[in-house]
Design a protein around this ligand. Structure first.
Ligand code: CP
Length: 309
């Protein structure tokens, strides 16, 4: 049976471990309804965030507190931790590991969490590393798909938007490949197509995927539209490329009209203008339920990492 220690990349999870995380997340929903637990009392979580976050940082911190643990945090570590004085990630992690039982880290460089995990005696959780991965987001995404659609085998997902810079879609591809016969449609402007390493991985693992230009070709057939934001912050001074990418695929009422009744719209959030707020009222808009599921999944991870199950 696989045991969790570091959570660095989505590939590390196998179906058996995913089943256990989902079962535990279900238990955590009950824990929240009953006003929390003390199972992690006297345990400390450090959250080190070198990039902005609302959902990931606050849901991890809420998860730890709801399980009776404590939190130490730096929400702008790039500026307000000793990284600003030139300290390496490795040295920061060696030090923080002496203060905390688990470290949740978001960083602007792909691979930073892996580097941290290589020197850390306590579990490191990757809370997003540049344009690399966001494995806990992918866990809550497939938990959401399971809950909303009722199955993961044979699932048809359209990933839409900034697929080149989106770490959530990369991690989600890795996790979907753990299930039977998924079909993935990549719908993106040409300048932000899904990168070759993911397409090669999917091919090696026998996952069907297709690159599509017209969103309306797939909206009537998919179970999930997974919309993403065009990430302005990843373009630097490549303004012309950003302008080519933005505003191409907007989820609005005309998209809703073509979707199946059981299908859902998901988004890792934050959104800017890629989902019309008028869509929020439709029961198929699952993105706020998805964000709430992050609490249960992250409680489950902390419980399994620190609570002995
Ligand atoms: N989905 C997500 O990672 O959101 P935050 O950037 O707010 O954490």
């Amino acid at each position: 049976m696989s045991r969790l220690f570091h959570v660095v990349e989505a590939q590390q999870f196998d179906p058996e471990l995913l089943t256990r995380i989902f079962q535990m997340a279900g238990e955590m929903e009950q824990v929240v309804q009953h006003y929390g637990s003390n199972i992690l009392s006297r345990r400390v979580m450090a959250s080190l965030f070198y990039e902005p976050s609302t959902r990931t940082r606050l849901s991890f911190e809420s998860a730890m507190i709801r399980l009776g643990g404590d939190v130490i945090t730096t929400e702008n570590a790039r500026e307000f931790s000793s990284a600003a004085k030139g300290e390496t990630i490795q040295d920061s992690i060696r030090v923080v590991a002496g203060y905390a039982d688990v470290i949740v880290m978001r960083h602007y460089q792909s691979g930073a969490s892996k580097a941290a995990s290589e020197v850390s005696p306590v579990p490191v959780i990757n809370a997003g590393d540049g344009a690399g991965q966001h494995p806990t987001q992918a866990l809550l995404d497939i938990y959401t798909i399971q809950r909303e659609i009722g199955h993961l085998d044979g699932i048809k997902v359209a990933m839409v938007g900034d697929l080149a810079n989106g770490r959530t879609v990369r991690s989600l591809c890795y996790l979907l490949s753990k299930f039977k016969d998924p079909v993935i449609y990549f719908v993106s402007p040409p300048v932000v197509r899904m990168k070759d390493d993911i397409k090669e991985y999917l091919t090696r693992h026998g996952v069907m995927f297709q690159e599509v230009e017209d969103l309306y070709d797939v909206t009537p057939i998919v179970d999930v539209i997974y919309q993403t934001r065009i990430q302005r912050e990843r373009f630097g001074d490549r303004i012309a490329e950003y302008d080519q990418a933005r505003g191409k695929y907007i989820i609005d009422k005309s998209v809703l009209d073509t979707m199946q009744d059981h299908a859902v719209i998901m988004h890792p959030l934050p959104r800017v203008d890629e989902i019309d707020p008028a869509v929020d009222q439709d029961p198929r808009a699952a993105y706020f339920r998805q964000a709430h599921n992050g609490l249960y999944v992250r409680m489950a991870l902390l419980r399994m990492l620190l609570g002995g199950r």
